[in-house]
Design a protein around this ligand. Structure first.
Ligand SMILES: [Zn+2]
Length: 251
């Protein structure tokens, strides 16, 4: 065994804990056997921050999960909605998001939370890529390892704003969310960039070192295949850039 993140083997580290690729608190049920206990622990730990990488993912996607969940979708309950930042108030079948005091709008707070969210997204990506396709050890993914696991450098994440509030969902997707690489034809992928769909959201990002030319090509190709489904692509700087409440579904 060799850890997907630190490349250490079972001689140096242990692989005893189940490393959920998608946080368990979000309903994730799959785990990656190639993640050592040390790396697994790292993503769940706060360190010097106010929240861990896993928490940054959970606190945000929990909103979309709640919005998409319909009781008739499954017998299992998704559990009470618990978020440190948000509250969902329901009245006459309408769900409304209320921002708590712990969610602050100052740029430092937003930046740090966004950074941890991005690192968490890359974490889910690499672990699921490895689990689903057996990829991930190639040195081209080192930029992801550096950013997500070791906090070095910065990588952009692009968010695609939907044109219409229609999305294909599996019956129990809100209950046990899945990370999709190529479910829909509008998801682009090449050597430099990849795209995923998760709980109704489409994200794109570089998966290796790229130059301006690669990016221009990516932008052109991805927007072409998204015609009719998405209106634009934004580089996320704050979590408010992401439509977590899926407002678009009610428009
Ligand atoms: Zn490791």
């Amino acid at each position: 065994m060799k850890c997907l993140w630190c490349f250490k083997t079972e001689i140096e580290v242990t692989f005893k804990k189940k490393a959920h690729t998608i946080p368990k608190s979000l309903g994730g049920q799959r785990y990656n056997n190639n993640v050592c206990d040390e790396c697994n622990k790292y993503f769940g730990e706060k360190g010097n921050e106010k929240y861990s990488i896993e928490e940054a993912l959970k606190e945000t996607f929990v909103i979309s999960r709640k919005m998409l969940y319909r009781p008739e979708d499954g017998k299992r309950k998704i559990g009470a909605f618990k978020s440190r930042f948000f509250e969902i108030k329901e009245r006459k079948g309408k769900k409304r998001l209320v921002v708590k005091e712990s969610f602050r709008f100052d740029s430092q707070f937003q930046q740090r939370l966004c950074q941890n969210f991005k690192r968490g997204l890359y974490k889910m990506y690499l672990e699921e890529l490895n689990r689903q396709k057996g990829l991930g050890y190639d040195s081209k993914y080192d930029v992801i390892r550096d950013f997500s696991r070791f906090g070095k450098g910065d990588l952009p994440v692009f968010y695609f704003e939907r044109l219409i509030g229609m999305m294909m969902l599996f019956k129990r997707e809100a209950e046990t969310p899945i990370l999709f690489f190529d479910r829909m034809k509008y998801l682009f992928s090449d050597d430099y960039f990849d795209e995923i769909e998760f709980l109704g959201h489409v994200f794109g990002f570089p998966v290796s070192i790229f130059d301006k030319n690669d990016f221009t090509k990516y932008l052109d190709k991805t927007m072409k295949i998204k015609t009719g489904f998405f209106k634009n692509m934004i580089m996320i700087k704050s979590l408010l850039d992401v439509d977590f409440t899926l407002k678009v579904m009610n428009d």
